[in-house]
Design a protein around this ligand. Sequence first.
Ligand code: SF4
Ligand code: SF4
Length: 57
Amino acid sequence: MSFIIMQDACIACGACREECPNDAVEPSGAAFRIIPEKCSECASCLENCPSGAIVED
Ligand code: SF4
Ligand code: SF4
């Protein structure tokens, strides 16, 4: 399991990438994505996303 970024809702602000302790967020087209294998589900990104684009898978 992992957290996922809803591509349509992501405004590519980069906050999740800065907050992630596991370097599990990377750019993906016009948005960002979470690399499932690296995500520990700490929820730090979810709490800091200004657009509510991050949800539990
Ligand atoms: S839940 Fe935590 S480990 Fe997973 S992508 Fe978000 S900040 Fe990184
Ligand atoms: S914090 Fe939210 S809006 Fe910003 S890049 Fe991450 S998923 Fe996209």
